[in-house]
Design a protein around this ligand. Sequence first.
Ligand SMILES: Cc1cc2nc3c(=O)[nH]c(=O)nc-3n(C[C@H](O)[C@H](O)[C@H](O)COP(=O)(O)OP(=O)(O)OC[C@H]3O[C@@H](n4cnc5c(N)ncnc54)[C@H](O)[C@@H]3O)c2cc1C
Length: 209
Amino acid sequence: MKTSQHSLHKDTFLLYKTILFPNQFVHIPMLLQASGYLFIEVFVYLCLTTKKKNMFAEIRRKERKMEPQQVREALECGEYGTLSMCGVNGYAYGVPLNYVLEEDHLYFHCAIEGEKLRNLSENNKVSFCVVGKAQVVAEEFTTAYQSIIVFGKVTFVSSEDEIRRAMLLLVKKYSPEHQETGEKYINQAIKRIQVIRLDIEHLTGKSNR
Ligand SMILES: Cc1cc2nc3c(=O)[nH]c(=O)nc-3n(C[C@H](O)[C@H](O)[C@H](O)COP(=O)(O)OP(=O)(O)OC[C@H]3O[C@@H](n4cnc5c(N)ncnc54)[C@H](O)[C@@H]3O)c2cc1C
């Protein structure tokens, strides 16, 4: 009885194998093992993406959500923003800074010491808020605005080539008519400049008309 049941299972198994993989040599244990790995990979991927999705809140008022292209343009044109970080003293610390956008990161420049750098060396997770436009509409008791918030991690740039490139981008953005003088200044001051790169992980733009 046991033997006939076993052979029935074996027959069914072979039948499925033939239907699923006709004219093909398939090593079933290997296939199961591979699908097992695939299952684990899919599971880990879903856990990570869900975690990231939940980590950053969505804009509640959907009608105020800016389109990705508008967000990018506002970020490119923004004059300055506020870099918010966790302070080593336990208080939030936000400083206004100029910046430049390149691909999926922002560059900042500053002196090689200061509170901002102390904070960032302890915790590199930051947000950066840029207000594109803001106009009080007094008679309607509201403000017409456009603002962007970037979340990500910062890195202190150590490569001289990258520092120079970032500084040239800043000069091009803020002093396009003084690029030659800017380049001279960069060469003289490069050892005294700290460049910070913020790799963008999450980006939202909100506008009120
Ligand atoms: C529009 C704008 C653009 C700027 N762009 C740049 C830039 O691109 N690069 C740059 O390095 N700096 C820029 N600054 C200056 C910048 O805001 C900081 O003052 C500077 O980076 C020094 O920061 P820190 O934490 O090292 O200062 P520290 O002197 O080490 O800070 C010590 C304390 O000083 C006070 N403090 C520091 N900065 C300010 C501030 N801005 N306002 C009021 N109190 C302050 C705070 O209480 C802080 O706890 C800009 C400022 C403005 C307003």
